[in-house]
Ligand binder design. Structure first.
Ligand SMILES: [Zn+2]
Ligand SMILES: [Zn+2]
Length: 280
């Protein structure tokens, strides 16, 4: 089938190449579209997001390529926006100010409900472990529930077009601190999916954890995808690529998994807005 990717990082944030090289690769791969989702600026110093003073340059450059490649491939301007309650900028502000085509909402930092300290789940493994110990007092259930509650709050307050790597909190766990089979884990996932199913947010099926060998499962896991299917939550497919060569990593294998779950369609952005394409 004709692929696309809306989760793409360039040198404006933590990706390895400039935007045009991803577009050239997407054309070579026969993609139907490519969307850029640089990490939106956050109000604290870090090594992975677009610097606030570079945001306009990023948006202008993507808009420029949109025109240049107009006859070859549709190019879309997006951001992957962090949601941290009371800390991050409203998604709608980015969307309006930068005339975004779409946004991906992601939780990479989990705010402790009382101490307000932030647990970084997407950095080095040791930071994840230290956060569980020091911020959540060796209580993985409390930490993981805070993660999923933050996703529910993001969905309720910000209505992202796409929910990024829904169960990323499992990445560094590797069954050391909690089991995804425990009843409390299943319950918080189920409750979060219920909230998502009452919106038109699209669930991202993200292959990066597998091809980077950080986990041997998709984000989200098959058991969660089965629930998405039952709840009629729409899905899209992304590689979360940080290099042009990663653009369609593990897509063929993931399509087979999605077919086995029963999915018939993927959601994609078109010139007329969000639409669905048949999985073949
Ligand atoms: Zn992310
Ligand atoms: Zn990303």
């Amino acid at each position: 089938m004709q692929y696309f990717n809306f989760h793409t990082h360039t040198t404006y944030c933590d990706g390895s190449e400039t935007p045009n090289l991803y577009i050239e690769k997407a054309i070579e791969l026969g993609f139907s579209a490519i969307g850029f989702s640089g990490h939106a600026p956050v109000p604290f110093i870090n090594e992975w997001s677009i610097k606030p003073e570079k945001l306009n340059d990023y948006c202008e450059e993507i808009k420029k390529w949109k025109g240049v490649y107009n006859s070859k491939i549709p190019v879309y301007l997006g951001l992957e926006i962090d949601f941290i309650p009371e800390i991050t900028t409203k998604f709608e502000v980015f969307k309006q100010e930068q005339q975004l085509d779409y946004h991906i909402g992601s939780v990479h930092l989990v705010k402790h409900p009382e101490s307000k300290k932030l647990w970084f789940i997407d950095g080095p493994e040791q930071g994840y472990i230290n956060g569980l110990e020091n911020i959540f007092n060796n209580n993985p259930q409390k930490a993981v529930e805070a993660y999923y509650n933050q996703i529910s709050e993001m969905v309720a307050r910000e209505r992202p077009d796409i929910i990024g790597h829904f169960d990323k909190v499992k990445m560094h766990n590797k069954n050391h601190f909690f089991s995804e089979e425990e009843s409390w884990y299943k319950k918080i996932v189920k409750d979060t999916l219920k909230i998502i199913s009452n919106t038109d947010c699209i669930m991202e099926v993200n292959t990066r954890g597998i091809y980077k060998k950080k986990t041997n499962k998709l984000f989200p896991d098959i058991s969660i995808l089965e629930q998405c299917y039952m709840l009629k939550i729409p899905i899209t497919l992304s590689s979360d690529s940080h290099k042009p060569s990663e653009l369609m990593n593990y897509f063929d294998e993931t399509i087979d998994i999605l077919k086995s779950v029963g999915f018939k369609y993927l959601h994609t952005l078109t010139l007329k807005g969000w639409g669905k394409v048949e999985i073949i």
